[in-house]
Design a protein around this ligand. Sequence first.
Ligand code: FES
Ligand code: FES
Length: 167
Amino acid sequence: MEHANTLSLTVNGTKVSRTVQPRTHLIDFLRDELGLTGSHIGCEHGVCGACTVRVDGTIVRGCLTLAVQCEGKAVDTVEGLSDSGELAQLQQAFHERNALQCGYCTPGMLVAALDLVKSEPDATRERIREHLSGNYCRCTGYQAIVDAIETVLVLRRGGGKTQRAQK
Ligand code: FES
Ligand code: FES
């Protein structure tokens, strides 16, 4: 029988403490234990990106990360990043550009996109595509998603034209 661990961490700015099994994945802990169902589960083996969350500022796959690995760390999910306003520009741009259909991939896309917007303000369309290459979308064909993220990058640079508009 597995030995349960006490896990203490900060989730979306709130300290939480729970007893978990060592094999519990972070995504299951967030969804089942904390009721944070914004992050989705798709492939469950690190391919689709639906489960993307942030741990100590770095994006990770919630399905490949064990909850116990997050002891003492700060985890941010799409709910927290939305409530804090960090995602507001991207959410608006996704809405305006029709960058979602069923929305299943969207939480992971937004968290991955925010990581790029913050770390690479000068990212090109090619870099956006590279950065999102681990996030699968079965509906949109990606063009609108890239458009939305490029729009936010251009806005944050103080305006100007998107690469697409220049063509
Ligand atoms: S569910 Fe984690 S990458 Fe697909
Ligand atoms: S909007 Fe349906 S999977 Fe991306």
